[in-house]
Design a protein around this ligand. Sequence first.
Ligand code: M6R
Length: 613
Amino acid sequence: MCGIVAKVSSENVLPFLIEGLKRLEYRGYDSAGVAVLQNGKIVVTKQKGKVNELEKLLDENPIGGNVGIGHTRWATHGKPDNINAHPHMCNDQSLALVHNGIIENYQALKDILIEKGYTFLGQTDTEVLVNFIDFIKKSEKLNTLEAVKLALKEAVGAYAIVLFDKDIPDSLIAARKSSPMVLGIGIDALYIASDVTPIVKYTNKIIYLNDEEVVVANKNAEYSISNLKNQAITPIIQEIEVKIEALEKGGYDHFMLKEIFQQPSTITDSMRGRINTDENWVHLNGVEDNLSRFLKAKRIIIVGCGTSWHSGLIGEYMIEDLARIPVEVEYASEFRYRNPIISEKDIVIAISQSGETADTVAALELAKEKGAFLYGVVNVVGSSIARLVHSGSYIHAGPEIGVASTKAFTSQIVILLLIALRLGKAKGTIDERKYIELISALESVPSKVQTILENIDQIKYIASEIKDHNNAIYLGRGISFPVALEGALKLKEISYIHAEGYPAAEMKHGPIALIDEDMPVFVIATNERAYEKIISNVQEVKARKGKVIAIVPFGEKIISKIADHCIFIPEIEDEISPLLSVIPLQLLSYYVSVMRGCDVDQPRNLAKSVTVE
Ligand code: M6R
């Protein structure tokens, strides 16, 4: 969480800082701020609220300089207000600093500083860190770089920081540990950011900083990287390709809507070159290179959070069913703290859109320590998880900017299905006919998703019917149960309607008590294997006057007569059905959110990538 951006060059960096903060706003949007070195003095402008608010303030009181830092915040320590907003300066205003992460021992450091006479305006750990650097610099008589390194050795926790010193006019210092940071190398400028999105417009030459590395960058585009042990680092410069259009709304009202509508092409992209329906093969480099390890695996553990955890549950159904390898799906945040049993014979698959989720990173680090083989299913190229795992498959969904994950979910499912199919084929646990059927069904998905996307009017109508409710239940069985969880998550995170996903049969063990005429109940009834049973569940809901909105295959004749509303989607094999059944649920949440006047792309209290525990 929190987005950091910085630039040093011989021109005014402010326009870049503002543009960059807008690109990073998905990482947090409680408050935003910038600091520049103007006529030898650090000038900070910061403001509660979104970057637009900050921009208005800067229009009224323009500032500028050739070195500057910016920050968009998702509050951890201290409420979101003007004081706690970054950048923070040290007491004598000689240093300005932005920070993403958490300094866990900030209170102990603060106590020391207070004793030494330092004062604090707000409650953030960042204000402590900048003053701690200043204290070390002065008390140990060090230069700023040496002081930064010594201070960071004392700091416990996660950080990506950028700072500048008013007495070193043309340079920036940045460092990271467990929080992402990239350096962009321009011809006559250097850029630093939490990810590549603010930078790609200006340069495609990127260095991904590693933990405990510190970079010094100056206005002549010269830089040096060393680590906290003072060893010089020879960086790897990568040439990345992100098209700027991929970061724009492209005519859609919201990124989420664009991303939902992109799914026919993102699903195609995630399987491109990985399946062939003429020759009936499935090929994922990461699996192929490690096939014997996969085939010998005693168990696969899937870790992830939120939507990525939901796709992991779908992966469990697929891998167990088709490849007959036991799978456990764990919330990354729980896994890491419960002393799990992991051995070298386990494969841990991490699913993450951002590749930066702190809990998932920590779960992987634990599994790596215990000798497990790590496989990543990740969207963001070069992200922390992509670099931490032994092997993996990018999902190739392109930048996902709406906080509610949509296209990443469907692409994650595609990769998990490909893994299940390849392993099933290699193990002989899937019969040839089924294998061929599933490959060709998978290839038909993009056009079937397109069909669903053309049914917008009905979905808008249903959204208008449920928008004023305060609660909703989502039911599914078998492989549709995780889809129910995902539908509920989408509704609650962007509409603030309380929603629960349940296995349909479990409903009568408790949640059925909630059902009355005010309770919309979404039923995902697209998988044939559970069809008969789910009819009974729908009857149970109707008998208690619940309002049923069912998702069923075209031609379905029983549920469609009982339900209040039915959304028909193309027929498809059970194993693949989540790729279709989730689409109307994404759309419904989107339209409910718009109709309730919520901020679809930046819902309250959330951030796109959760880089703190
Ligand atoms: O980047 P990740 O896939 O690791 O993120 C995991 C969750 O934070 C994420 O899926 C979150 O639940 C989304 N807001 C869901 O829409």
